[in-house]
Ligand binder design. Structure first.
Ligand code: 4NP
Length: 164
């Protein structure tokens, strides 16, 4: 059988450190798209560079492992202005990441690529995915479910034939 990719997109997930929320979002999205839309490119970055070169936080790795997704080999990097050219969609994990990315965008076209990931889920009390860095495993579990639900909505909105 010939498999035809309906659409492919280049999506960048962005948080502060690139060791908790955005690598989790990257892993979840890769898993969701790998069979349906294998041509898509998913990556993640942090607005801050303190953790560049590190693998994701072990608590994030453990939580994702519990959900059958391995993110242990991902490597953190800092967001770069070139990312505006290299990606179609830039999904910010919280409002502060969103503002920081917009501060370094150069034009309307770049601004339009940046969205808050929770803006895809109407009726949310907050538009920010809480930072699980200071908390326990339940924080990571909460983040996993928020991201999992939001990314289903991202697929419904942006991918051709999604949800049929
Ligand atoms: P993330 O979480 O932005 O979801 O990767 C954080 C990780 C580390 C720090 C802050 C947030 N930090 O301050 O080192």
């Amino acid at each position: 059988m010939t498999y035809v990719t309906a659409v492919s997109m280049k999506i960048l997930m962005v948080c502060l450190g690139n060791i908790c929320r955005s690598p989790m979002a990257e892993g979840i999205m890769r898993e969701k798209l790998k069979d349906l839309y294998p041509g898509s490119i998913i990556d993640s970055a942090g607005t801050g560079g303190w953790h560049a070169g590190e693998n994701p936080d072990r608590r994030a790795v453990k939580n994702m492992n519990d959900h059958g997704i391995d993110i242990s080999k991902l490597v953190a990097r800092q967001f770069h202005p070139k990312d505006f050219e290299n990606f179609d969609l830039i999904l910010a994990m919280d409002e502060s990441n969103y503002e920081d990315i917009l501060k370094i965008s150069n034009n309307e076209e770049q601004n339009n690529k940046v969205k808050l990931i929770l803006s895809y889920m109407p009726g949310q009390k907050t538009l920010s995915v809480p930072d699980p860095w200071y908390g326990g495993p339940e924080g990571f579990e909460h983040v996993f479910h928020l991201l999992n639900d939001a990314l289903d909505k991202v697929i419904l909105k942006h991918f051709k034939d999604a949800g049929r």
